[in-house]
Structures are given as structure tokens and as C-alpha cells.
Design a protein around this ligand. Structure first.
Ligand code: F6P
Length: 361
């Protein structure tokens, strides 16, 4: 029988996951081994939902957004929703997941995911699961990564949105506020804000006040620019420091879903400047679409690296781009918490040097 490995994608999707699946599968197949793709994240292991990934299955994947295996940010085998007597209850299905691995004769799995997936994978590893993880997120907020794939594409999408907002803002002499994703990190907002020529960029890492924002917008008006572009990251708290939350999804690893700060900022700007203000929330558009060339290349390199670790039996590591090199970090060395924007980051300083208001001065 051929040596067999598994692969799954869990958590929120992002452009480039298919490129990882394709590269890892190609590398595994070159050694005469077989790749099994589990469907719907960790749910695929519990439910025995899978497909064999052959040449035909991975053909034409490189440029496709999303994930051909499906994803899920709620499924954790240790707290898995099952229906008993018409009621949904949480059950520990670790044994079922491990049985799937055994029955299929899989040596170990490649798990593509963010912090939630890493946490589940680490817990499963303690139950005997052999795994290599591949970090992914548009938010670019994972520790031990220079950059995650998906981020570059999201920044490109957000920048295109800003270019479009610019022309209509200029025509109507309005303030345009664009709310962007990123959870508690301001990477997408900062990067696309600079790339898209924003006048104000608000990020969670830098406390802001409406007086500073209004001053910037009114100064522009006085200097013959009666329109302004404001970018705000979804995780930016209100001026009092309170998070702005859209909803809660209790079964999720991270139950809080952020949203609403864009409208709040827009309302305050209108009130303090008297200039007509419109708000756009870019939302999941940032997660969709074809990956950029950079993301395709990074995802391919990580897919190959993960497959090579799996083939060598080097389990319990996350492959990552760190210090401009593809490396592997053991699970136990992965620091908790998110990789946030330092207020002294070079790009923050460059933005200030170009006259962009970060909301604090
Ligand atoms: O982590 C990726 C991300 O898109 C965040 O930027 C955003 O806050 C969150 O996921 C949205 O989650 P969901 O797809 O569950 O609404």
C-alpha cells in the first residue's frame, strides 16, 4: 500500500489555500505517496468525509480563491456538535477522528489554518495526532510569520476599493470612510491605507480621538481639498477604548465578530466637521477572489515545505516564512497572542511623515 497523508483547511478561508493544497499534494505524489483531502475542516476527520486528491482533483487550482476542501471555523473534535434526541450537544469526538486516521492508514495530516486551527491541532497532537500546520489568514496577525498568504491579496482588494472611493469622494466633496477587516490587528488598514492614499488611518494599536481626525479633515478643506478618505480597521475601539462588536458566535474559537466602527467614525466626523460623510464596509470581499502572484508563491512554498516535513515524519511543527526564509517552528515554541502593528513600525512612521493622520495628533 502507498504511504498516505491527509490535508485539511480550517478556520476562515483566504486566497491561497488551494495553492497550498495543490503544492503539498504534488510534492507528496512525487514520492509515490497518496494525499487524502478532508472536507469541512476537522469535521471531515470526525465524519469520515474525504476525497482522494489525484492529478485531476488538483488541476486548475492555483488561481482559485477559497478552498476546494471547504472550511469551518466551528468544528473542534474535542467539542463537536452532535444531535441527540433532536437536541444539539457538544461531544468529545477525538476517538472518532483518530479512528478515521487509523482506518485510512494515514501517517499524519497537514492542517492549514489560523490561531484557532493551531490550538485545535496542538490539542489533537496531545491525543496522538501527527500534524504539520500551515499558517493562513488575511489578517497577517499570526506570531512567527513575516507575512501570511492571503494578506497581500486582501491589501490589493482594499487598495482597489480606496481608488474607487477616491474619485467619488472628490466629485461630491465628501468624506468617505472605509471599514476593513483584520480583527485586532491593523495590518490590512495600514498597508492599504498607505497604498490607497488615505488621509486618516485608524488602527486598533493606536488610540484615537475625533478632534485630531476632524482637524485633519478641516485642514484639508481649508487647503483646497474638500474631500477626505478615512480607513478604519474593524478592531479599532471607539474613542473611549470600547470594542465595537457586531455579533457573537458562541461555538467559534473566537466568538466575537467585530464590525460597526466605520459607521461610528463616520457619524462622529459628520458631527464634528459638518462635511457629508459616507461609510463603506468592505467585509468578506477581502477574503475572496484569485490570490495575488505573491500569495500564490508563498502558499506554494509553504505547501511544499509542509509536505517535506510530513514525508520526513517531522511532526508537531508549523511551517512559516520567517526572517525571509521558510522555517519550521515547533508547536511548543509558538508564542500565544497576535502579531500586532507596533506604533513605532516603520510604515506607521512613514505614514506620519507623509502627513497621514493616525487619529492621535
Ligand atoms: O480572520 C479573518 C477574518 O476575515 C477577520 O478579518 C474577520 O474579523 C473575521 O475573519 C470574520 O469572520 P467570519 O467569516 O466568521 O464572519
Amino acid at each position: 500500500m502507498k504511504r498516505r497523508f491527509g490535508i485539511l483547511s480550517a478556520g476562515g478561508d483566504c486566497p491561497g489555500i488551494n495553492a497550498v493544497i495543490r503544492a503539498a499534494t504534488k510534492r507528496i505524489m512525487r514520492e509515490g505517496c497518496e494525499m487524502i483531502g478532508f472536507l469541512g475542516g476537522y469535521g471531515g476527520l470526525v465524519e469520515k468525509a474525504y476525497r482522494v486528491l489525484d492529478e485531476a482533483a488538483i488541476s486548475g487550482l492555483l488561481h482559485r480563491g477559497g478552498t476546494m476542501l471547504g472550511s469551518n471555523n466551528r468544528y473542534n473534535p474535542m467539542r463537536y456538535p452532535v444531535t441527540i434526541d433532536g437536541k444539539t450537544v457538544m461531544k468529545d469526538c477525538t476517538a472518532e477522528a483518530m479512528q478515521t486516521i487509523q482506518e485510512l492508514g494515514i501517517e499524519g495530516i497537514i492542517a492549514i489554518g489560523g490561531d484557532g486551527t493551531l490550538a485545535v491541532t496542538k490539542d489533537m497532537a496531545a491525543h496522538g495526532l501527527k500534524a504539520v500546520t500551515v499558517p493562513k489568514t488575511i489578517d497577517n496577525d499570526l506570531p512567527h510569520t513575516d507575512q501570511t498568504f492571503g494578506f497581500d491579496t486582501a491589501v490589493q482588494t482594499a487598495t482597489e476599493a480606496l481608488d474607487k472611493l477616491h474619485s467619488t469622494a472628490e466629485s461630491h466633496h465628501r468624506v468617505m470612510v472605509l471599514e476593513l477587516m483584520g480583527r485586532y490587528a491593523g495590518w490590512i488598514a495600514l498597508m492599504s491605507g498607505v497604498a490607497g492614499g488615505a488621509d486618516v488611518i485608524l488602527i486598533p494599536e493606536i488610540p484615537w480621538n475625533i478632534e485630531a481626525v476632524a482637524r485633519k479633515i478641516l485642514d484639508r478643506k481649508r487647503n483646497g481639498k474638500p474631500f477626505s478618505i478615512v480607513v478604519v480597521a474593524e478592531g479599532t475601539p471607539d474613542p473611549q477604548g470600547n470594542p465595537v462588536i457586531k455579533r457573537r458566535i458562541e461555538e467559534s474559537h473566537e466568538p466575537v465578530r467585530l464590525g460597526g466602527i466605520g459607521q461610528l467614525v463616520g457619524d462622529l466626523i459628520e458631527e464634528h466637521t459638518g462635511i457629508e460623510t459616507r461609510v463603506t464596509v468592505l467585509g468578506h470581499i477581502q477574503r475572496g477572489g484569485s490570490p495575488s502572484p505573491y500569495d500564490r508563491v508563498l502558499a506554494t512554498m509553504l505547501g511544499v515545505a509542509a509536505a517535506e516535513r510530513a514525508l520526513r515524519g517531522e511532526w508537531g511543527v508549523m511551517v512559516t516564512l520567517k526572517d525571509a526564509k521558510i522555517q519550521a517552528v515547533p508547536f511548543e515554541d509558538i508564542a500565544p497572542g497576535a502579531k500586532l502593528v507596533s506604533p513605532n513600525h516603520e510604515l506607521v512612521l512613514a505614514a506620519r511623515a507623509c502627513g497621514i493622520c493616525l487619529g492621535d495628533e
